[in-house]
Design a protein around this ligand. Structure first.
Ligand code: A3P
Length: 314
């Protein structure tokens, strides 16, 4: 097991530094940006996480639609084929989707290098924000399935800006979008640059489509039924009828989850964030309400350059 020094600061003092939003210190490791505690936990997970062949890992950069998948994947995997009309059999009724897919770096390996996972039932479901190269060797090499979700970087950025603004103490006031945009353009974003993150998983998914399913938020919004069927088949749990598809889409819809008591008033015990801040508009192209045409052009250019020579487009 990895030996973790008492102070994350000591371990990371030699790494390149950047400031997310001009205020939060980040360090760069193997091309990606992390806060020091997140990097420490990510390194521990890379070293110590033993993936099993029937595990499912949801991977993403923040604000790309992870919460939607955190609801969809357990609903697909754990369904019995019978659905009560009043949805009273739905675990989402009383739990935020975070509860069903624990985070490797934000929960499981956050406080300990050797977590006891013996009471997790098979197939185990996990989530992670780390880039592909930061996954443990067994997560990369075993037959466990990886579902990756990404999104137009402009919408992910704007989504994160709103998310941060609803979570900072009111005394700080509204955080300026310009400073956040500057750091996002430099790639200084949790687990960013988002484009490099997506490209890493995209290239792996092209080489091993049976191992990694690469999804886009925009495609899920455009063709939810088609994408959901693809996801269920990839996970080895194909749907037997349209009713199942409709039911799961409804149960996991933004509209429904947003209205549930648990998501309106609950707080995540691991990160202290109000559950309601995970649900906002869910619109494709919402960046138009916050970015100037110059910001749009600059970010599009950065994205194009990063993806040059690949088949990935946003
Ligand atoms: P917006 O801020 O654009 O509305 P993540 O889950 O990766 O943090 O991403 C958050 C984004 O996904 C937010 O986008 C949020 O509104 C949207 N979202 C959350 N739950 C969703 C759901 N069930 N269906 C569709 N979009 C959802």
């Amino acid at each position: 097991p990895l030996n973790i020094p008492a102070s994350a600061a000591a371990l990371f003092q030699d790494l390149p530094k950047g400031k997310w939003w001009g205020i939060i210190e980040y360090v760069q490791f193997e091309g990606f940006w992390y806060s020091a505690p997140r990097l420490q936990a990510s390194l521990t997970a890379r070293s110590n996480f033993e993936a099993l062949d029937d595990d499912v890992i949801l991977a993403s950069c923040p604000k790309t639609g992870t919460t939607w998948l955190k609801a969809l994947i357990p609903s697909i995997m754990n369904r019995t084929g019978e659905f009560k009309d009043d949805d009273s059999d739905d675990p989402l009724l009383k739990n935020h989707p975070n509860a069903f897919m624990p985070s490797l770096e934000m929960k499981i390996f956050r406080d300990t290098p050797n977590p006891d996972l013996s009471d997790m039932v098979s197939p185990r479901l996990f989530r992670t924000h780390v880039p592909y190269t930061m996954l443990s060797e067994s997560a990369q090499k075993s037959d466990c399935k990886i579902v990756y979700i990404t999104r137009d970087p402009k919408d992910a950025f704007v989504s994160f800006w709103h998310f941060m603004n609803t979570n900072v103490p009111p005394s700080l006031g509204k955080l300026p979008i310009d400073a956040a945009f500057e750091s996002f353009c430099k790639g200084v974003y949790p687990f960013g640059p988002l484009q490099d993150h997506a490209l890493g998983y995209f290239q792996e998914s092209q080489m091993r489509p049976e191992k990694i399913l690469f999804l886009k938020y925009e495609e899920l919004k455009k063709d939810p039924k088609g994408q959901l069927k693809k996801l269920a088949s990839f996970l080895g749990k194909p749907f037997v009828n349209e009713e199942e598809v409709d039911k799961i889409l409804w149960r996991c819809s933004l509209e429904r989850l947003k209205s549930l008591e648990v998501n309106q008033n609950g707080v995540d015990p691991w990160d202290g964030l109000a559950y309601k801040t995970y649900f906002r508009l869910g619109n494709v192209g919402d960046w138009k309400n916050s970015l100037t045409p110059e910001m749009k052009d600059r970010l599009d250019e950065i994205t194009l350059k990063k993806l040059e020579g690949s088949d990935l487009v946003f």
